[in-house]
Every structure is written in C-alpha cells, then in structure tokens.
Design a protein around this ligand. Structure first.
Ligand code: GUN
Ligand code: FE
Length: 425
C-alpha cells in the first residue's frame, strides 16, 4: 500500500542552507513518491489513509554513502591505529572470514538487522572479495526492503595472501559472474568496488573499466584518506599528478561513471577541481577520520563549490552505524578543524549536516532524501518523548537534539519508497 498520509512535525532539506519545518503538518505518499508537504491537507488527499504521528518528528530516511558491512563485526576494536596498520592488523583478518558462508550468514544477519532498526533507508555498501558472501548480503538487504548499492570488493595486490585475488583476470571473471547473479534483485544494485588504488593493479583497473562500460555501473572507492596512503599512491602511479587521476585514467571518476569517493580529507586543488567537474560524490566520514587520525575533510569548501557530498559511517573505522552520530561528528570535527587548523573554512551548521545525511547523499540514488514533490518516499518517524526536557521546545530544537542524542534509539516508524518497513517498534 503506497498511498497514504503521514501527520506530524515534518522536517526536510531543500538545500544545504534551507531546512523546512512544518509543525503539525502532512506529507503525502503517492505511488511511493512524495506528493508534497502541507500545513492543511488538500481535499484530494482526504480520502487517503492517514497515519497520525501527532507530535512526533518526521524526517526523510537517512543515507549512508559509505559503509563496510563485513567490518560491522569488529567495530570499536583497534581504534588506536592509523589506516594501513589498521587494515593489516584488523580489517583484512576479519574480511577473510567471509570465505566461509556460515560465518557470513551470521555476521550479515546482525548487520542487516541493525540496519533495519536504524534510521538509514539507503546505503552504499562494501562487501568483501567473496562473490557468494556478497550475494548473500544483497539478498538479506533485498528481503529487508533496504535500497542499496553493494560492491564485491576487488583487490589483487598489496594484500595479504589470504585476502588477495589470484590475478586481475580471475578478479574480473568473479566480478562478471557476480554482476550477472545480482541482476535478480530489485532494490539492491551492484556497484564496482576497487578497494583503493594500492590494492588494484593497472590490469585490474583496465578490466573493471571494461565491465563499467559494458554494464553502465557506478563505482565506489577510497580517496586521499591518509597521508601515508597518498605517498604510497604517488610511488605506485608515477605518471599521475594526484591520487584521483589513478581512477580517472580508467574512466572511473565521475561523469559517465557515477562515482563515490570516501574521505577526500587531503585532496589538493587539482583533485578537488576534477571531482567538482566530474560530479564525483564525496562520502564524508568524520568519525572514521577521527578514529584513524586521518584528519578532517574541508566539507564546507566542498559544499560552497557546489560539489556532491553526503555522509558515510565507514564502519568499522567509524564505530557507529548511526547517521545521527555521523551528523554530530561532522559538526564537531569541522569545529576542531576551524579552531586548530584553518580559520578560512567555517564549521558546518546543523542545517548543513542534516542536508548531507538526507538530500546530499540521497542524490546518488536520484530523487531521494527529501520530501519535495516527486522524491522517493523514504521517511523515518522519531519519538523523542524519552529525551526529556523541562521546557517546551520547537520542532527545530527537537530535531537538533535528536541529531546529537538519538543514536537511532527513538525510531517509531520507517518507510522506504513508500513501503512500510515497520510502523511500531
Ligand atoms: N582504504 C582501503 N580500505 C579501507 C577500509 O576498509 N576502510 C577505510 N576507512 N579505508 C580504506
Ligand atoms: Fe571505507
């Protein structure tokens, strides 16, 4: 049933500067898309069923542009290391376990169950190199009704022997097979996922580039996260001017190839300009960047340049699956960046991070992440009655408190593309 009305305090972004709030308002779902937000319900919609959420807060579903599903099992561990050491000590060891489908089933059940309970309605997800485990993850997400891009990871160099694909050819063959097998899903789509330049040979990039063109696939990867990583890429790719070129030279950096690059903490001017021109999406992962001491990306600059930006939790470098937590971290990290490092880039506002977690990231999925007319109807109803306060607050203040305090514990209902995911917890 995809035609109905939600009543409550409706909050959504039109842009990074414009947060719209209609207290005691209505948002209409028609054929799985928003038919607009109203102070008074137009007569033509009066006959539709109305879910009355009274004084609760109704927001668009949140979008996680960057999360590693297999890493959910070790979140909160090894947070004293930087990127490369952390990958070698914890990450690769854990990801290797997904060769065993029994382990993958247990671990992905936990990940998907927690994702269902969260405020996240759409996500771009890394799996592992294993095709069967990745298909299993896709099936679980599909059954849960979550809209997602999921990637079988490619890595054929600089990886431990137990997590290194045998050759570029074998990696491409497995990827092709996985692409064909994943055509059966409706809500979950494949995305090419070369892990990052250090773990992919030129030959692998060439083969993935062929698959990208053949199947018109989007791409996700990592970019300019850590200073040591950037030096390493310089050594590996001697002909390139900057890290982003190592993807661009294979046509996997935006424009005809929709692309998400996680982090972009240390991107230089030329890289930033190329991302802007090519409309590459930046997945800003503030908690991860703090945990691995990577740094703080200049997100405000990216927004001011009109670039595409959303938020990522980057589990398990980020410890929390909650995009509320990611929003709060984004504000906090931007303030430290401003205070300690660069006063020419102002801290992020609540309006901006709410936009990033909804419409900013949602744009990767087309019209998603807002209640403006024609947008996919993804909605989350927040019940903040247990976040007690001694005075009466307006909807904007309540939304702000939810961003800082909710951690996905106060969700009363969740809808994706008009489908009811749950209506009572
Ligand atoms: N770069 C390459 N792989 C990874 C990963 O799994 N997590 C993070 N944060 N960065 C990476
Ligand atoms: Fe990552």
């Amino acid at each position: 049933m995809r035609n109905y009305v939600l009543k409550g305090n409706i909050c959504y972004s039109k842009s990074s500067k414009e947060l719209c709030i209609v207290e005691n308002g209505y948002v209409v779902c028609k054929d799985g898309r928003s038919a607009g937000v109203y102070e008074t319900l137009p007569e033509i919609y009066e006959a539709l069923p109305c879910y009355n959420y009274e004084d609760k807060i109704v927001i668009p579903g949140l979008v996680d542009l960057h999360v590693h599903a297999p890493q959910y099992s070790f979140r909160g561990l090894g947070m004293d290391l930087e990127l490369i050491e952390w990958l070698n000590t914890h990450t690769f060891v854990e990801e290797a376990k997904y060769a065993d489908l029994e382990y993958a089933k247990k671990a992905y059940d936990i990940f998907v169950e927690d994702l269902i309970d969260s405020a996240t309605t759409r996500a771009c997800i890394f799996g592992t190199i294993h095709t069967d485990a990745t298909l299993l993850l896709m099936e679980k997400l599909e059954n849960a009704g979550i809209v997602a891009y999921v990637g079988k990871v490619n890595m054929d160099r600089n990886s431990p022997q137990y997590l290194c694909e045998e050759s570029a050819e074998k990696s491409a063959q497995d990827t092709q097979k996985w692409l064909v097998d994943s055509q059966r899903f409706q809500y979950v789509k494949p995305i090419l996922t070369p892990r990052f330049t250090p773990s992919c040979t030129d030959e692998l990039f060439e083969r993935l580039s062929e698959l990208q063109k053949k199947y018109h696939l989007p791409v996700q990867s990592h970019l300019s996260e850590n200073l040591g990583e950037i030096d390493w890429v310089k050594e590996l790719c001697q002909g390139t001017q900057f890290y982003g070129e190592s993807y661009h030279q294979y046509g996997m950096f935006g424009n005809a190839c929709p692309t998400i690059m996680a982090h972009c903490v240390h991107s230089g001017e030329a890289e930033i300009e190329m991302m802007r021109k090519q409309q590459v999406f930046v997945a800003h992962c503030p908690e991860s960047n703090a945990n691995l001491a990577s740094g703080v990306a200049p997100v405000k600059t990216y927004l001011e340049k009109g670039m595409k930006v959303g938020l990522g939790t980057d589990i398990a470098a980020g410890s929390s699956l909650s995009l509320f937590r990611a929003m709060a971290s984004a504000v906090q990290c931007s303030k430290l960046r401003w205070r300690l490092y660069d006063q020419s880039v102002a801290p992020l506002t609540v309006e901006e991070v709410f936009y990033l977690a909804t419409k900013g990231g949602g744009e990767f999925f087309g019209k998603a992440g807002s209640f403006e007319e024609g947008y996919e109807f993804d909605a989350v109803v927040m019940d903040d009655t247990s976040i007690r306060h001694p005075q009466s607050l307006g909807a904007k203040e309540r939304l702000e408190r939810l961003i800082y305090l909710a951690e996905d514990h106060h969700i009363a209902a969740k809808f994706i593309s008009g489908r009811v995911i749950f209506r009572e917890k």
